[in-house]
Design a protein around this ligand. Sequence first.
Ligand SMILES: [Zn+2]
Length: 290
Amino acid sequence: MLLQFQKEERIGLVEKYLLLILAIFRNFAKLKLIEQANYPMKNYKRHLVTAALPYANGPVHIGHLAGVYVPADIYTRYLRQNGKDVLFICGSDEHGVPITLKARQENISPQDVVDKFHGINKESFANFGISFDIYHRTSAPIHHETASDFFRKLYDQGDFIEQSNHQYFDEEAKQFLADRYITGTCPHCSNEKAYGDQCEACGTSLNANDLINPKSTLSGNPPVLKETTHWFLPLDKYEPWLRKWILEEHGEWRANVYGQCKSWLDLGLQPRAVSRDLDWGVPVTVENAD
Ligand SMILES: [Zn+2]
């Protein structure tokens, strides 16, 4: 559902939805209980509140608002009313494969896609009364500079590991193929239109290498395997202090968040790729990086 309300309707609708959402989730009651029970709120000097950045390949809907932005907005307003120094920051996530796919489907540029949905979502949030202090975009120069600085600093310190592997490449389109750009026959159910990451007929998660007769969705040709190099952050190296910090010092996190982190830690953390073969993102500012 696209949230575009007339200005005069704004207050009434906001109140109704707030009451509805509060009734359903009872977040206030939970917060109060947590506060009174085990985890008294610390008295910080300044507060920075943020919420998951909505992906700019589609409009926000009521589920996003109920699950993420209204609870964060309630908390921010609570802090402001108590005279706290608080900033509520969010913005559009404008990079990545789904945006390039959407652009290809609609025969427009990735820039057109993000311009369109950043505009729609920013206006929807404003009309709904979500009180961000800043609603920015990850494609803004400041974001590219900051992300590049982080990367460069870690690279110069030797904190990354470099690994090469073979990935599917489309020789006609001259690009590496993200899993979603490859279709083929599912090895489990023989569906001929399975994607490189999942078969939607039988629901099995796949690797592009599992597909029988793989084809590039860009040119329709069979892709070839080609060597590519990426940088990985060795999360396993930081596991001991992460384990202590999360499991011993942050028992107040929501049960599902705490549980997810615990299950990753219990399985053993793996090196995490920090680069992709994609021309719609923040360029890697290292010599010889393609
Ligand atoms: Zn299948």
